[in-house]
Design a protein around this ligand. Sequence first.
Ligand code: ATP
Ligand code: MG
Length: 257
Amino acid sequence: MTPSPVIELRGAGKSYPGGVHALRGVDLTVEEGELVAVVGPSGSGKSTMLNLMGTLDRPTTGTVRIAGYDVSELSDARLSALRARHIGFVFQHFHLAAGRDAVDNVADGLLYAGVPPKERRARAREALAGVGLDHRRSHTPNELSGGEKQRVAIARALVGEPRLLLADEPTGALDTASGALVMELLHRLNASGTTICVITHDNEIADALPRRVRFRDGAIVSDLHSGPRTGSRTEGTGACARVEGAGSRARTEGAGS
Ligand SMILES: Nc1ncnc2c1ncn2[C@@H]1O[C@H](COP(=O)(O)OP(=O)(O)OP(=O)(O)O)[C@@H](O)[C@H]1O
Ligand SMILES: [Mg+2]
């Protein structure tokens, strides 16, 4: 059987009261193992689309399917389960809990995954080591640099081994060197099988990614592929190519528990 795309938007629109059309009928398919840059001017709908992909919001028109599930057909509880199992988030301003050390912040990424507290902390330490921060694990956010905070946030997003990582301007608040480290980390994760969509204002960062989706006024104006995919799968051809094979890790299917 051909696997479902990780993300499938069909005519996806998002309007707000007062006639704001943040997203206008977007069609987009993202296959397992892709690494996609989302670019475009401020206010063009990038975050709105990422929120739909992350099931943090539902479309007002069209359909959003994540891992094969139609978001509009799932209850809030099932959506939470889908998020906990399949999706990790990274934001521009880290969103770490103040006063809690790096291990606790990362362990929080497993809060809704039904993992016992002791195992949460053990897995958090592993995830921190994976982003090169084992030596900072007892530091609270105010004792970390911006780049280190973002690496903690990435470890938190990844500790549950999501198949999809969504990042909204993850380098936006970082200097060039820290930003490069964060992007290196994302490339590595993608190479190990994680599907990634990353919003960026940085053309240099976008140009280094294998696919670039450009927005204007709530719509996609271009969708460019270049070079081989960096993910560990058979190469696809074009935007909607289906790619056989699963991720490098075993995935548990299903939105519910
Ligand atoms: N909750 C809301 N209520 C009303 N309008 C909204 C809401 N959220 C976003 N918008 C509007 O939707 C449009 C798209 O916003 P969005 O945040 O997706 O833009 P963006 O491309 O992420 O911009 P930026 O690069 O500045 O982050 C904007 O015009 C914005 O003002
Ligand atoms: Mg935005």
